[in-house]
Every structure is written in C-alpha cells, then in structure tokens.
Design a binder for this molecule. Structure first.
Ligand SMILES: [Ca+2]
Length: 179
C-alpha cells in the first residue's frame, strides 16, 4: 500500500490589523493520504491579529481522524498565543451554517509554540466537517501548520481475525522450529 502525501503551501496572507477569517477546502479526505497545510495565520510586521481559519473536508465513510496544529514560534517575536482548534460537523444536512451544525465532542485542543506536535484522534462518521483554527499572532505575526491524517477504523471482527491469524502464524513457526 502506497502512502500518498500531499502538501499544500499557501502564500502569505497579509493582515496588519483586526481579525481575519480564511476558508480553505480540503475536499474529500483520502483514507491513505496525509494532508499537511502550512498556513500563515498572519505575516506582517506590526500586526497583532486575531484569526479564525476554517478548513472544510468531507469523509465518505467513518474514519479515525488524527490531527495536530503546530505554531511556528521564533524568538518570542513571531508566534501565536491562545491557539486553539476544534472540529465542527455540518450535521445531518451536510451544510454548514445551519441549525444542526455541532462541534465534535472533545475535539477542542490547544496549541502554541511550546506544545510541539501532539496528535489528537477522533473517530468520525461519513459527512462534512471543518477544522476551525483560532488564535492571536504576536507583534510580528505568526504562522502555523495544520496536519491531518485519516485511517481506517479497525472493526472488531477484522481485529479478531488478525489476532487469530497471528496466533496461527506463531503456532506454525513454533511447530517448524521443533521439526
Ligand atoms: Ca448543517
């Protein structure tokens, strides 16, 4: 099985003052793909900017979704404070900004320049979702990376078969060793 990997780097967004909200579309999150996004929260000297960025993605079946956001803080001048991200579900109608949208339970995570890359996993059903990344840049702006990977949810039967298979292999190799 080959692991496809795609990296999307977007050009700097300049925002000197005030809040900014940027939306990106992942498209369908591939089961064996790893998506790495390097997104500038803001990148302009003199700008303390509060941002709320949204990354929409869809799943065609249930997956285990693992993600992290890393702030690229440098020398205390460039960085992000009060960084937080969460996963929003579009709900049964698959459309955002309607009454049945909800935040995926236990999906709010903090990040800043000191936490590094901490993976967070949630199992999500098929549907439309969005990462919502918020924070505030320090005096000289700040940058962050959002990394998201999806993988199959191991089903109990599959897991049982795998364990049984491993047991059989172990038995056979022990038997071979004796002969
Ligand atoms: Ca909705």
């Amino acid at each position: 099985m080959s692991i496809r990997k795609f990296v999307v780097a977007l050009s700097a967004t300049f925002a000197a003052f005030g809040a900014q909200a940027v939306g990106y579309d992942f498209g369908t999150h591939d089961p064996i793909a790893e998506a790495s996004f390097t997104i500038p929260g803001a990148g302009f000297v003199g700008g303390v900017t509060t941002f709320a960025d949204t990354f929409v993605f869809s799943l065609d079946q249930a997956y285990s979704v693992t993600s992290t956001v890393v702030a690229l803080n440098q020398a205390g001048a460039i960085g992000i404070v009060d960084g937080e991200y969460s996963i929003l579900a579009a709900g049964g109608d698959s459309i955002f900004s309607t009454g049945d949208d909800f935040q995926v339970p236990l999906s709010t995570f903090s990040y800043d320049g000191t936490t590094g890359s901490t993976p967070h996993s949630v199992v999500l059903d098929a549907g439309n979702y969005a990462y919502v990344v918020t924070g505030k840049t320090t005096d000289f702006g700040g940058y962050y990376s959002l990394i998201s990977t999806v993988s199959a949810v191991p089903e109990p039967e599959t897991l049982g078969l795998m364990l049984a298979g491993l047991g059989l292999l172990g038995f056979l190799s022990r038997r071979r060793a004796r002969h």
